[in-house]
Design a protein around this ligand. Structure first.
Ligand SMILES: [Zn+2]
Length: 250
């Protein structure tokens, strides 16, 4: 059932001219925002958005407004918040709400790590979890090569990383904010993280192998960095290249 919202004629007019505008919205948080983009009537941006939404999607957006962070799913590369560098010292009730949203989105996306900026929230919070079923889905050779182990859910607020073993390990990575692509990234073999847990208690955790990779990847998100910034560009690949090739030959 839709949550209804009274709209003044001025808001309706504004909505007609600026499809993604909403009074009071910080534009950098809008998932369809593009820096410097003018949402002019009849301009290419407007045509693009109209084509992207069905009638019901457009109606829902008109009634409910644009999605507000924390989003239910990771936002995509290009969303400005992914390049933000959040401030430190996160405390208070908003963290509990954010942690709940992060854990829900992590499990919904079947991911092993997720950071607050990926849900549109510029705060230094990450979650990490490697369930047994993720390990079971990989063959033993891959598990061994990646040094993968199961990890119960960890919530880390204001993480700080210290390198314990700087030997570089080059392995493929992917990210829910860049769906369909992967590339090899060199990561430190082992790191120690310090910060706070979800209760605000200090934590110190030393990890190696695949867990250290996930942790470094998520902390990078908190510094506005994506794995494509660090990748070996010659290993960059579209994960659907075979599918596209087969479609092209039909
Ligand atoms: Zn990521």
């Amino acid at each position: 059932m839709f949550r209804t919202r009274a709209l003044s004629s001025l808001q309706l007019l504004r909505g007609a001219l600026f499809p993604c505008a909403r009074p009071g919205l910080v534009h950098a948080q809008c998932p369809c925002a593009r820096p410097g983009l003018v949402h002019a009537l009849g301009g290419p941006a407007r045509r693009y958005r109209v084509e992207q939404r069905s009638y019901w999607q457009a109606l829902r957006r008109r009634l409910l407004g644009p999605p507000e962070p924390p989003y239910r799913r990771p936002c995509l590369v290009g969303t400005p918040v992914l390049r933000a560098v959040p401030a430190d010292q996160v405390r208070g009730p908003e963290v509990q709400r954010l942690v709940h949203a992060l854990v829900a989105a992590l499990r919904r996306a079947d991911a092993v790590g997720l950071s607050a900026p990926q849900l549109g929230v510029a705060l230094r919070v990450l979650v990490l979890e490697v369930p047994e079923r993720v390990l079971e889905a990989e063959n033993a050779r891959v598990r061994e090569a990646r040094d993968m182990v199961a990890v119960p859910l960890r919530v880390i607020v204001n993480p700080r990383i210290r390198v314990v073993d700087p030997r570089p390990v080059l392995l493929p990575e992917a990210c829910h904010s860049l769906p369909g692509i992967a590339a090899c990234v060199a990561r430190h073999r082992a790191v120690e993280v310090t910060g706070l847990d979800e209760q605000g208690q200090p934590l110190r955790w030393t990890v190696s192998g695949w867990t250290a990779r996930i942790l470094q990847h998520e902390v990078d998100h908190l510094d506005g960095r994506l794995f494509i910034d660090l990748m070996d560009s010659r290993t960059f690949q579209n994960l659907r290249w075979q599918e596209a090739l087969e479609r092209a030959s039909w």
